[in-house]
Design a protein around this ligand. Sequence first.
Ligand code: SF4
Length: 436
Amino acid sequence: MRTKSTKQNKINVVTLGCSKNIYDSEVLMGQLKANGKNVVHEDEHDDGNIVVINTCGFIGKAKEESVDTILHYAQRKEAGEVDKVFVTGCLSERYKPDLEKEIPNVDQYFGTHDLPNLLKVLEADYKHELLGERLTTTPKHYAYLKIAEGCDRPCSFCAIPLMRGKHKSTPIEEIIIEAEKLAAKGIKEVMLIAQDLTYYGLDIYKKRALAQLLEALVKVEGLEWIRLHYAFPTGFPMDVLEVMKRQPKVCNYLDIPLQHINTELLKSMKRGTTHEKTTALIKKFREVVPNMAIRTTLIVGYPGETEERFQELKDWVEEMRFERLGAFEYSHEENTSAYALEDDVPADVKFRRVNEIMEVQSQISWELNQQKVGKTFKCIFDRKDGEYFYGRTEFDSPDVDNDVLVSAIDHYIKIGEFINIEIFEAGDFDLYGKPV
Ligand code: SF4
């Protein structure tokens, strides 16, 4: 690979999108490092002469951000500041022919299952023996652990199966090897991720095996917190709750996107559930693991979401009082089955509905947080920023949930260590405390 600069190539990997993309970038960088390459992640100097952009192609806003990033580096290449630009990930998987035509100044576009070919153009060989080895980009005490790729679900609004393919579980033995390597590096907390975590095992073990995987993971020495992300409501494996209740290492935390609650819309979304079944499921969670923190994600403005159906959703959010909740505007995605429907909710109405849901949620979050004042929680701290150390309880996942703030003027806290914190004040999304 001929590059203008005579000095050693420096490969800058830029990641957009979700934690699964972060994971894939980490695997790519692990391979490059093992091939002796000088590789960095989102280098603050941004002086890599070779850039690999791992894109997101999920919804409108994310796609725009990916295109802008590609254009940014293509222009820098034009200006001679960068020698090579390679693009991989979901946007590239989904729109390769269009991108090749629209932004031809990129050296090569790759799909989501193309790692060996991408490595080849970077003059590196794919090393099978590197199972479970990657260059993590998260703080040294936590890491994402991808247990499966792809998705077999037919959700009408979702383009992920188009970009990630069919569900493919990673065998338990391989996940344990990876977890042991992470723990040996000092990782104490792992976020289990997949497109659909609860589908785990159905392909390779012909049964839902998430509970079995958790029972194996809790035996990994050094791991203290195991967190569950991206569960699916229909066919939820209840044995997971029993493990969560019994095993202190499994955080009493579950991220389960529910998308909506109106039965007609859930039917149109092909979610395989109803208002009643979803409500019963959440109530069952609270019955089996009473102090569980439930995070969910909702879509507003889906085709056919009348004011009445939106009101049903809003009332339900008030009733269910989720500990953590995010809401997003429906994005009309071509080649999804919902694309055949009329995108009949105007953009300003979508925008208003997201804000209305988040207003309700911030009030709920504030009220729930008041109940934490005066209580002590085991916390781990991720960073120091200005006058505060920022940490989390077991009920908070990095970057998306509440922060626990401790004054750095009055206290010193070791980043990445567990410590008990007494909460003395609470806001809608932040808790203030001191070490005890
Ligand atoms: S479960 Fe549904 S929303 Fe989630 S990745 Fe699969 S198809 Fe998309």
